[in-house]
Design a binder for this molecule. Structure first.
Ligand SMILES: NC(=O)c1ccc[n+]([C@@H]2O[C@H](COP(=O)([O-])OP(=O)(O)OC[C@H]3O[C@@H](n4cnc5c(N)ncnc54)[C@H](O)[C@@H]3O)[C@@H](O)[C@H]2O)c1
Length: 257
């Protein structure tokens, strides 16, 4: 039986860890050739080592850096000649100077403790990165191309820090507007807004902060990276061929709008 992504070329940013690595594994299982991109070239190399099949490549670079992404997509073009799937997954939840630790120490609300640099850097990574990678990816895509953006329940409902929620909310609006433009080219673009998922990102968060969210989740557990990879597979593949400009929130029922 052939896979659901047989013959497709898929670029996944942030593929060296967590959700991105799980997507790389699932997409390759389904027949895709994977361009695994990460800020850590070593982490991207490790993901490629885990993949079955030939033709997968690792790429380094910072998604918020225009020059880096110009180089990466130039290398993707040189390696494959085109692209079918782009997953804008790279991200961070915390940044130096974002005031989180001071807020936890009771020094005040995070908004009054956060530096402007931390706020703008968060936007640069998530929405700046989604913009740069989508812009470069669609140059290599034809009819049937699919872009998948990683938002969050933070972007849907304001859960999480203000810089992260602002960045993830922007990803949703970007997805809607880009869908209106890219539809004429036969390219779809959608977003995933996960709830609390068990990855290295959430492992870095104090369990005492996550426990109340998990307690309020009807399914009473964190999601797994494989469950988000399954949603990404649906949006990346032709089985969602009439879906664009939408978001799906695999969150165990925590947010039901
Ligand atoms: N884990 C969750 O609960 C959760 C929930 C909602 C949304 N998300 C989003 O899903 C995505 C993946 O999260 P994860 O949990 O797998 O995190 P993770 O920390 O396990 O992995 C993120 C990867 O992105 C890479 N990265 C970070 N900044 C980068 C940059 N500027 N350029 C290129 N690569 C960069 C990191 O090196 C890392 O390998 C993120 O966008 C995150 O915001 C995660």
């Amino acid at each position: 039986m052939s896979g659901r992504l047989e013959g497709k070329i898929a670029c996944i940013t942030g593929a060296g860890s967590g959700l991105g690595q799980a997507m790389a594994l699932r997409f390759a299982e389904e027949g895709a050739t994977v361009a695994a991109q990460d800020l850590s070239r070593e982490a991207a190399d490790e993901t490629v080592r885990l993949l079955d099949g030939a033709g997968h490549h690792a790429f380094g670079g910072d998604v918020s850096n225009e020059e880096d992404m110009g180089t990466v997509f130039g290398q993707i073009y040189a390696a494959y000649g085109h692209l079918d799937i782009q997953v804008n997954n790279a991200g961070v939840a915390r940044l130096p100077g974002d005031g989180f630790d001071e807020m936890m120490a009771g020094e005040g609300p995070q908004i009054s403790l956060m530096s402007h640099a931390a706020f703008t850097k968060m936007l640069a990574v998530h929405i700046g990165g989604a913009f740069l990678c989508t812009r470069e990816a669609v140059k290599l895509m034809g009819e049937g191309g699919s872009v998948v953006n990683l938002s969050s329940i933070a972007g849907l409902a304001g859960w999480g820090s203000i810089h992260y929620a602002a960045a993830k909310g922007a990803v949703l609006a970007f997805t809607r507007a880009a869908a209106r433009e890219l539809g004429a080219m036969g390219i779809r673009i959608n977003a995933i807004a996960p709830g609390v998922i068990d990855t290295p990102m959430t492992a870095r968060v104090d369990e005492a902060l996550l426990a109340p969210m998990v307690g309020m989740t009807p399914l009473r557990r964190k999601g797994t990276a494989e469950e988000i990879a399954a949603t990404a597979l649906h949006l990346a593949s032709d089985e969602s061929s009439f879906t664009t400009g939408q978001w799906i929130s695999p969150n165990g029922g925590l947010i039901t709008i």
